[in-house]
Design a protein around this ligand. Structure first.
Ligand code: NAP
Length: 253
């Protein structure tokens, strides 16, 4: 497939490298133009592009940039990209810590619905509820017991199927998380969020989410992160996510 990836940081960069390895033709872009992204592209075997060049002619687009940066993408970015081409949104909203406040999200709008409104086209939410370290290091072949899972939510069945295939290819069990409107269940501070769960546990965690709880837990996040100390290990972060996100949710995980 021809895959365009915008954003080559922890998540987009890892996906670019893995998807080149699995035989895809990958074009990558950042905010600074093709020359700036070229060293990374050459390192992983992708092609450097600007944002328009990354999406034009792609069979799949992956947006892996900070959520507020989505507003800064060119307004005509998807002109000429057929509507059946899935656009994956990996973003998460961290107001007050990393991101500026966005009123609609603070009022409870589902994050990927907000993203799709900014883009003017539907998105598939995926790769947002797995930590960068897990994505890069903990993938396993299909069928391995305990293989970690990644939630996939979206409204178009064909697009979801294609993205589920990509999740599988890069080493994880795709778990169907419902429509985009339901994708609040995989947002930060929910039971399924970045907990290194296998597919059966991820399904239970998605079902255990209680609407509104994540917003309440979010306010306590800076304190919880501070309590981990200066250089928390991956296991410490996963343990924190598991213990925090089970609070106040339905006790089925
Ligand atoms: N890190 C994680 O563990 C993790 C896990 C799941 C989901 N996520 C989410 O996935 C997204 C990416 O996370 P990350 O950790 O990979 O971020 P990151 O390491 O900071 O990388 C962000 C990338 O986006 C590019 N970028 C920023 N603004 C842009 C713009 N306006 N146009 C085009 N490219 C732009 C950056 O390049 P330049 O600034 O050089 O342009 C960079 O390549 C975020 O929304 C994050 O919340 C992160």
């Amino acid at each position: 497939m021809k895959i365009g990836i915008i954003g080559v940081g922890n998540i987009g960069g890892t996906l670019a490298s893995k998807l080149v390895s699995t035989g895809h033709e990958v074009r990558v872009a950042n905010s600074k133009g093709a020359d700036d992204v070229r060293p990374f592209a050459e390192e992983v075997g992708a092609t450097a592009a600007d944002a328009h060049g990354a999406v034009f002619g792609a069979d799949l687009v992956i947006l892996s940039i900070p959520l507020p940066a989505i507003e800064k993408l060119p307004k005509n970015l998807f002109e000429g990209v057929p509507v059946h081409v899935p656009v994956v949104d990996t973003s998460n909203y961290y107001p007050g810590m990393r991101d500026p406040q966005i009123a609609e999200l603070d009022a409870g709008e589902v994050e990927s619905i907000w993203v799709s409104r900014q883009l003017g086209r539907p998105v598939i939410k995926a790769f947002n509820n797995i930590l960068a370290h897990s994505l890069a290091e903990l993938g396993q072949p299909e069928g391995v017991v305990g293989r970690l899972a990644v939630a996939v939510a979206g409204d178009d069945a064909d697009a979801v199927r294609l993205v589920r295939g990509i999740v599988n290819e890069v080493g994880f069990d795709p778990v169907d998380a419902g429509t985009l409107a339901e994708s609040w269940r995989q947002q930060p501070q929910t039971p399924s969020y970045c907990c290194d769960y296998d597919a059966p546990t991820m399904r239970k965690a998605l079902a255990a989410a209680v609407k509104g709880e994540a917003l309440r837990l979010r306010d306590q996040l800076p304190e919880a992160i501070a309590a981990l100390g200066a250089n928390p290990s991956h296991d410490d972060i996963v343990a924190m996510n598991r213990s925090r996100s089970s609070r106040g949710q339905r006790r089925t995980v």
